[in-house]
Design a protein around this ligand. Structure first.
Ligand SMILES: [Zn+2]
Length: 199
């Protein structure tokens, strides 16, 4: 039946960029309380400055993606600098116990063919989003909950690690998804679409 949480009819991917940071512990506790898993696009510099949080993300069942090392506008960089941003982040996340990411989320959603081919060389697909929470743009918790209503089966939602407004929205988002037969899943590293965990 639709809305049966044990038998979801579809999956969406909740993604949180820019961590880990001072709110990551609260984010993880909130996701745990909701029984939800998410994809966390970490920057290399943050993964390096707080390795224990990367390990905590893994322990809580999250999937970890690459979000560049210093969060630059990637398309302003030379090819070698672009590669460096990707490669150093893979190394930083691996060193922190986060595994070897297969997903890359470009800062500001800025990508081109060069960036996509560099990501592919490192075993990653470029993952964008279908629904933008606008949390980075000052969206209220209510507005973030409302944005999630636009998610359909397979869709990916952009959120960020550092906003209390976003974290406060998670319980209602997960409850509303369940009512619509949707469950938080993972991003398929082949297609960039949301699928069942472990699919
Ligand atoms: Zn970002």
């Amino acid at each position: 039946m639709a809305g049966d949480q044990a038998n979801p009819t579809g999956y969406v991917a909740l993604t949180f960029d820019d961590g880990p940071g001072s709110n990551t512990g609260t984010l993880l506790a909130t996701l745990r309380a909701c029984g939800a898993r998410a994809t966390l696009f970490n920057t290399g510099q943050h993964a390096t400055s707080d390795r224990r949080l990367v390990a905590a993300e893994v322990r809580e069942g999250m999937w970890i993606g690459n979000h560049s090392y210093t969060h630059p506008h990637m398309l302003t960089l030379r090819k070698g600098e672009m590669r460096d941003e990707l490669f150093r982040t893979q190394s930083a996340i691996q060193a922190a116990g986060g595994g070897r990411p297969t997903l890359f989320r470009p800062p500001f959603g800025e990508k081109d063919e060069t960036l996509e081919s560099l990501a592919a060389e490192l075993g990653m697909i470029v993952v964008m989003w279908d629904v933008d929470s606008e949390d980075w743009n000052g969206a209220t918790t209510e507005a973030i909950v409302a944005a999630a209503e636009g998610l359909r089966n397979g869709d990916v939602m952009l959120m960020h690690d550092q906003w209390a407004t976003t974290i406060a929205a998670i319980p209602q988002i997960v409850a509303n998804l369940a009512r619509r037969g949707l469950s938080p899943g993972m991003v398929d590293p082949k297609t960039g679409r949301a699928v069942a965990p472990g699919a």
